[in-house]
Design a protein around this ligand. Structure first.
Ligand SMILES: Cc1ncc(COP(=O)(O)O)c(C=O)c1O
Length: 351
């Protein structure tokens, strides 16, 4: 019998739930056409649809909402968010967006030309859709094992360097605007990428003058897996691992609804000044002014606070182990799931 890990927090507020009997649950399922996206949340007792935007905010995040500066330009809350991103992730420039896909839209429009190829370690739906809308072709460069739900590997999100290198040789570096690296890989079941692999991808790309853009949505989870599984990082704080990880990229898109611990928000980051200047212009058309980009001042305050809280070793260890606890229970009960158990979710092996 495995043990649960004690929570590194106290719960101060509760949200009441409806408890439906079997007949009511059946009716709710039928009403939603057996589609989990069409079932009313008030009919769901334990909601495991997604981790996106569903985490509870801390007391300090709720308090931060009150500090939100809703000025149209020059908001204090924006400067606080910009500072948090610079300090924790290490990027020079930040463009706020309403959520991750807003950042993907900007990045794809700014970097991709029709006929380009965008390699990635598997794809996320909206990320790939934006790449293709702008005339790019997605090329999967994740290791083969990532497509096998039963393969047990510590870093099943790794990029296959041979696949990347042969693509560069086949189409030419000038047809590859950037390599998109997700840390962790959602569609593979929340699988991480090793520091060694990130370093090697970056080196290879630098050699060919190609930039690396992370999908940093679950980057803190990835950093935790490195601490747990990669030799040499056992005693390094997650925040330092994260900082090193980010140095192997030239920027990122971020869905704040996951590892920034908020219910809405996102950003695009980069180190390149020219890209930043162009992004500052484009964000105005799709999201809002570069000092709020689709978020209220209070959302930016909560996100800045969430970014600082997310890198606490006790917090992230508890979070990953909570998911692992559920996954192991399912394995014990004989339910087929994607292995190994990933960071943000347990994926049922539907086949
Ligand atoms: C890996 C990954 N990238 C990007 C996104 C898009 O982010 P958002 O939902 O904030 O638009 C998601 C959302 O689920 C995601 O899981």
């Amino acid at each position: 019998m495995q043990r649960r890990m004690a929570e590194p927090y106290k719960i101060k507020s509760v949200e009441l739930l409806n408890i439906l009997d079997e007949k009511e649950r059946e009716e709710a399922l039928m009403e939603g056409g057996y589609n989990t996206f069409l079932i009313k949340s008030e009919h769901v007792y334990i909601d495991l649809l997604t981790d996106s935007g569903t985490s509870a905010m801390s007391d300090l995040q709720w308090a931060a909402l009150q500090l939100g500066d809703e000025a149209y330009a020059g908001s204090k809350s924006w400067f606080r968010l910009e500072q948090a991103v610079r300090e924790i992730y290490g990027y020079r420039y930040v463009i706020p967006t309403h959520q991750g896909r807003g950042a993907e839209n900007l990045l794809s429009q700014l970097k991709i030309q029709p006929g380009d190829y965008v390699p990635g370690n598997m794809y996320f739906t909206t990320t790939r859709a934006h790449q293709e809308l702008n005339g790019g072709t997605f090329v999967d460069i994740i290791i083969d094992e990532a497509h096998d739900p039963a393969a047990e590997l510590p870093f099943k999100g790794n990029v296959d360097l041979n696949k990347l290198e042969s693509l560069i040789h086949r189409v030419g570096a000038d047809k590859i605007p950037y390599v998109s690296v997700a840390v962790t890989v959602n569609l593979a079941g929340g699988q991480p990428v090793s520091m060694k692999n990130l370093r090697e991808v970056h080196e290879l790309c630098q050699k060919h003058g190609i930039s690396v853009m992370f999908d940093a949505t679950r980057c803190v989870e990835n950093a935790y897996f490195i601490k747990e599984r990669e030799k040499g990082f056992e005693n390094t704080p997650v925040k330092d691992i994260l900082k090193e990880m980010m140095t192997y990229s030239d920027g990122c898109t971020m869905s704040g609804k996951k590892d920034c611990l908020v219910n809405i928000g996102g950003f695009l980051s980069m180190n390149d000044e020219d890209l930043y200047t162009r992004a500052r212009e484009l964000v105005v058309l799709y999201e809002g002014m570069p000092s709020y980009g689709g978020m209220a001042g209070r959302d930016m305050e909560a996100m800045a606070q969430g970014i600082y809280e997310s890198i606490d070793d006790h917090y992230i260890s508890h979070r990953i182990n909570q998911v692992r606890y559920l996954g192991n229970q399912l394995i014990e009960a004989g339910v087929p799931i994607v292995r190994p158990i990933g960071g943000h979710a347990v994926f049922l092996d539907a086949k």
